[in-house]
Design a protein around this ligand. Structure first.
Ligand code: FEO
Ligand code: CA
Ligand code: CA
Length: 640
């Protein structure tokens, strides 16, 4: 989702300020950079846990081998020949034995809390403790946001006056996430309705613990929670990750949109809220519930914008907001184990001119004792990235007392640093990026793939080596190489893998391997996934700016074919593709089709008049965001 959030709130950009790298450089203890970009060698790093330590990158993954799909745009989805793509679960489908049947004409919050939510985004896959990991597992799915005009009958013509409290509370119930047990028989996946693992997490009724440095801080306290330790719900959960110990990390992104109202004059949170784009006033919730009105509850937004950790194997476990990982518009949170056993989580802040982060735990991952990893994410160091023109990434610590992160600048403690991670990054001179979305580490090679979706507002005098195009409408992908596969390193190397967009148009400035076909290039990379062989796949949000549907592309990253794309799957009108996730063996790919039936700014869609009625194609049924399972017709590995 981006249409309403395409401005920057970074004051350095607004003011045209330069970075302040000199001050920071003087304080950093620089680590020696090992080798050049071509010199990565991770063989022999034996200190880490066997299962997750980087392996030698000697074996180039197999080339992709599937018949390429043609670019296009129509009312339904398409997958490469020889594959099947089946709808697994749709908005409104039952999760529990007592889930009411979906009735789009009479929606209620109570029903929605027992049904699959709206706008599926991230998909995690967690195998069950016993059984075949490729035949049975838990999907952990984010429901990022509600498309109000597409969801509710009779609202579009008179919005926002037509929004009732009941509809707003239904939206809150449609946000959040779902844990869904799924099972495969032969080629067919199905939902295990009534599984003991099935769970709905909502924006308003799921109690969560606030953990880490901001827990209990006065800025986290509200009327409903005077201790600042518990919050009900999570919202705008975009992408995420699965930890090595099998928990689900869910990333709260555009939380500003759910709040309205005005802060009292001179309120101390004014600058903080402005930096987060608060209040966005996209939703009407604040008309009916003071919690979403910043004039009534000025601290409530500080309780959102975090990474939430949820244990899908224990439906009774209270989710925890891990404040050590910082507060911003979180896109994803994919993790990897460094050679010394510390866990590293890569994160993007998806807004124009915002930053790339990583978090390094203080403690080490224990692969033999799951419970020992339970609170690993509460202690560690949060870093923000500065991409230098010489190909270095400098990871700058967001640590209270470091550089300008002092009381003189409004940071009285680490709680202030994490609550205002963006402003801390501004002061440290992090590199403002072209909307960082997924950041995917590859434990096999020590490489990290950074999806930068686009930034049409970057001006000629704002380009830099890592964001080299003004008016970057189609985004790019950066490769980071961690030295010796050490994901915890504070100095890394970077280069651009591809500049996206149509390579046949010189004015676009795209860069692709010449072997890329007319269908193989893409625009606006958003989510990435690595398959069982470590090959990169890229899902898009905004490829329609190139005249064709969003979808999924295979991306070659090694050998002479490096930077060749190949089109595999595309979504119906109005939709973007999210959440690509492979089963461990790589023979099933789950994808999330988000906001099918949506319209354009100049041609808005509605419940009554969507751009498609995918996937049901029934006149009495609105389009439904859905998760699909993709298999090769002969059951072989996806992608060949
Ligand atoms: Fe929710 Fe950054 O896309
Ligand atoms: Ca998106
Ligand atoms: Ca996204």
């Amino acid at each position: 989702m981006d249409a309403s959030e395409n401005v920057t709130s970074n004051p350095r950009i607004a003011a045209g300020a330069a970075t302040i790298g000199d001050v920071i450089d003087a304080q950093l203890s620089r680590r020696a950079m090992v080798g050049g970009l071509g010199a990565l060698a991770v063989a022999g790093c034996a200190a880490g846990p066997d299962a997750a330590a980087p392996r030698a990158a000697s074996a180039t993954p197999a080339a992709f081998d599937f018949p390429e799909l043609a670019r296009g745009l129509d009312e339904t989805h398409h997958v490469a020949a020889g594959y099947r793509a089946d709808v697994l679960i749709r908005w409104g489908d039952p999760l529990f034995a007592d889930s009411p049947a979906f009735n789009p004409m009479a929606q209620t919050a109570e029903a929605q809390r027992r049904q699959f939510g709206y706008n599926n985004d991230f998909i995690g896959y967690v195998p069950l403790p016993k059984g075949d990991a490729d035949e049975r597992g838990l999907l952990c799915i984010n429901h990022e946001y509600s498309s109000t005009l597409l969801m509710f009958p009779g609202v579009a013509g008179s919005y926002p006056a037509s929004m009732t409290e009941a509809a707003c509370r239904t939206e809150m119930a449609a946000h959040g996430g779902s844990v869904v047990e799924v099972a495969r028989r032969g080629q067919d996946w199905s939902v295990v309705v009534g599984s003991k693992y099935n769970r709905r997490v909502t924006a308003d009724t799921t109690p969560m613990t606030i953990a880490g440095p901001a827990a209990g801080h006065p800025r986290m306290r509200t009327s409903a929670d005077p201790a600042g330790m518990t919050v009900s719900g999570m919202m705008n959960n975009c992408a995420g990750g699965v930890t090595p110990w099998g928990t689900w990390l869910s990333a709260e992104e555009n939380i500003n949109g759910n709040f309205l109202g005005d802060l009292p004059a001179g309120h101390p949170e004014a600058a903080n809220h402005k930096r987060m784009g608060l209040p966005g006033s996209w939703y009407q919730w604040g008309r009916f519930d003071d919690r979403y009105n910043i004039g009534k509850e000025p601290n409530e937004p500080n309780r959102f914008g975090w990474i939430v950790e949820i244990d899908p194997l224990n439906p009774d476990a209270k989710p925890k907001k891990r404040t050590a990982l910082g507060r911003f518009k979180h896109e994803g949170a994919e993790s990897v184990v460094a050679p010394d056993g510390r866990v590293v989580i890569y994160m993007g802040d998806d807004q124009r001119f915002d930053y790339v982060y990583k978090f390094v735990t203080k403690g080490r991952y224990d692969p033999k004792n799951r419970a020992a990893n339970r609170d690993l994410l509460d202690e560690g160091t949060l870093f923000v990235a500065r991409f230098d023109a010489d190909g270095t990434v400098q990871w700058l610590p967001l640590v209270h007392g470091f550089g300008p992160l002092t009381p003189a600048n409004g940071f009285a403690s680490q709680a202030d640093v994490v609550i205002e991670a963006r402003r801390a990054g501004d002061l440290l001179g992090a590199t403002p990026m072209d909307r960082p979305e997924d950041v995917e580490p590859d434990p096999r090679t020590g490489r990290v793939w950074v999806m930068l979706t686009n930034n049409s507002r970057r001006k000629d005098d704002q380009i830099d080596a890592a964001n080299p195009r003004a008016k970057n409408n189609h985004g790019h992908i950066i490769e980071i190489r961690e030295p010796d596969g050490d994901f915890a390193a504070t100095t890394s190397r970077w280069e651009i893998l591809v500049r996206c967009g149509d390579p046949s148009k010189p004015e676009v400035g795209a860069s692709w391997n010449p072997a890329t076909s007319a269908n193989g290039w893409l625009g606006s990379p958003d989510n990435g996934a690595l398959d069982a062989q470590g090959r990169l796949w890229v899902a898009t949000d905004g490829n329609d700016a190139t005249g064709a549907a969003d979808g999924l592309w295979a991306m070659q990253t090694d050998g002479p074919g490096r930077a060749t794309g190949r089109h595999f799957f595309r979504v119906p009108l109005g939709a973007e593709l999210c959440g690509p996730r492979f089963t461990p063996g790589g023979d099933t790919l789950f994808v999330a089709v988000q906001h099918p039936g949506d319209g354009e700014d100049d041609k808005p869609a509605s419940f009554e008049n969507p751009s498609t009625r995918w996937p049901d194609f029934r006149p009495d049924m609105p389009p439904r965001p859905s998760v699909m399972a993709i298999r090769r017709q002969d059951g072989g590995p996806i992608g060949g």
